[in-house]
Design a protein around this ligand. Structure first.
Ligand code: SF4
Length: 63
């Protein structure tokens, strides 16, 4: 399972970072960085929370 970001929708407010900090980070320039694209089974709940918590629906999970 892999994280896909639609950068045209991302406003870099960092909700995803707060819910899944192992996978997402807002860098010093205010840009979203995906630290790890691939989602291991143990991280799945946190990443799914980030996907549903994203206020602009910029995140998707793909198999
Ligand atoms: S929560 Fe959504 S809009 Fe906010 S930084 Fe993450 S991907 Fe971008």
């Amino acid at each position: 399972m892999k994280i896909v970001v639609d950068r045209s929708l991302c406003t870099a407010l960092g909700v995803c970072e707060s819910l899944a900090p192992d996978h997402f980070e807002i860098d010093d320039d205010g840009e979203l960085v995906v630290l790890r694209e691939n989602v291991s089974p143990e991280d799945r709940d946190a990443v799914e929370a980030a996907v549903s918590g994203c206020p602009t629906a910029a995140l998707k999970l793909e198999d």
